[in-house]
Design a protein around this ligand. Structure first.
Ligand code: F6P
Length: 364
């Protein structure tokens, strides 16, 4: 019987458990013995690899976090460390590995796919995009983003109640690392008055000016608002407390007495039961990943697309399995993900353009 292993790595995201469960279920159904690796690549190095049965994963799809545990493991970038990890899998005659995680985890998976299994073949490594940040290329959504988005919107709705009651301005800071996707989408969904995200490239002074402008326009008689909500992505270099200090001073200078408050949602956004969407996304990506390993594919990520032809290209789509899932080389995914971060990717440029178009609508 063939054996494959599954691990979750990097920042946890809601839906990781649903993906693990699906790997075990699909694997068992088509004749694989599935092993679970504890604590990501760190656990692989430490030999924390044990069989995972259907009974082990029963009922986990509805749970947030990851039952396998996770870690950020920089040591995995060292060749010698990866060789030791490969030896752990060789000893158990495991030939395939499914890596569930974000940028750093997929980098680890890409590097690991160079190692050879006990038959002398390259390990078959397939990555599944899982990150609340939605900062990965070649997938419309990553596992966990939808749940995080819903959590943020729910939190902002609550903050909106108290903001309105006290006629205050709130800056709500949300996770997303360098990516403003969560901030942008949550702002639109929660009827916020403005969004601050790193990708716009504004200087600290410009960020302050932007916020002051939004607040002044909101409280102007023409707009007639009594409270203001701004969603700030954590990637914006100016800290929220410093932003508040400078905005307060500037508003004071304009003779506008506004009470401002800052609310940093932090890790609250990463936890909680996964949404139905994230459970389904995780399940279908995991299904395709196990099938891909069965077909001998390696060093690729399974991406989910709302369009059949993302970017007009169609690389080896597995249409017989799922018309919305395509496989992309990890190298390509990682390179494009870097461009999402540095702002040169088409999708990042589009998000910034969208923000420019949306901003006046939000503020009106
Ligand atoms: O990548 C997911 C994420 O939650 C980011 O949004 C955030 O910047 C980071 O991880 C926080 O990492 P940690 O949990 O290690 O503090």
């Amino acid at each position: 019987m063939s054996r494959l292993a599954v691990l979750t790595s990097g920042g946890d995201s809601p839906g990781m458990n649903a993906a693990v469960r699906a790997v075990v279920q699909v694997g068992a159904a088509i004749g694989y013995e599935v092993y679970g690796v504890r604590r990501g690549f760190q656990g692989l190095i430490d030999g924390q690899v044990a069989p995972l049965t259907r009974a082990d994963v029963a009922g986990i799809a509805r749970r947030g976090g990851t039952v396998l545990g996770t870690a950020r493991c920089l040591a995995f970038h060292e060749k010698g460390v990866r060789e030791a990890a490969a030896e752990v899998l060789r000893a158990k005659e495991i030939t395939g590995l499914i890596v569930i995680g974000g940028n750093g985890s997929l980098t680890g998976g890409h590097l690991f796919s160079e190692e050879l299994d006990h038959t002398g073949q390259r390990f078959r490594v397939i990555g599944l995009p899982a990150s609340i940040d939605n900062d990965l290329a070649y997938t419309t959504m990553a596992i966990g983003t939808d749940t995080a988005q819903n959590t943020i919107v729910e939190a902002i709705d609550r903050i909106a109640d108290t903001a309105s009651a006290h006629e205050r301005t709130f800056v709500v800071e949300v996770m997303g690392r360098d990516c403003g996707y969560l901030a942008l989408t949550a702002a639109v969904a929660s009827e916020a008055d403005g969004v601050l995200m790193r990708e716009t490239g504004l200087s600290d002074e410009e960020v302050v000016d932007r916020l002051v402008h939004i607040v002044r326009s909101a409280y102007s008689p023409a707009t007639g608002k009594h409270s203001v909500l701004i969603v700030k992505s954590e990637g914006v270099s100016l800290s929220s407390s410093e932003l508040k200090r400078r905005v307060d001073a500037a508003l004071d200078g304009h003779g506008l007495r506004v009470e401002t408050r800052v609310s940093v949602l932090g890790h609250v956004v990463r936890g909680g039961a996964p949404s139905a969407f994230d459970r389904l996304l995780a399940g279908r990506l995991a299904h395709a990943a196990v099938r891909a390993i069965q077909r001998g594919r390696t060093d690729e990520m399974a991406g989910w697309h709302v369009l059949h032809r993302p970017g007009g290209e169609l690389p080896d789509a597995v249409f017989d399995l799922d018309p919305f899932i395509t496989f992309w080389s990890l190298d390509r995914v990682l390179q494009e993900t870097l461009r999402i971060k540095d702002g040169t990717a088409e999708v990042t440029r589009w998000r910034v353009k969208l923000l420019r178009e949306v901003e006046p609508i939000l503020a009106s």
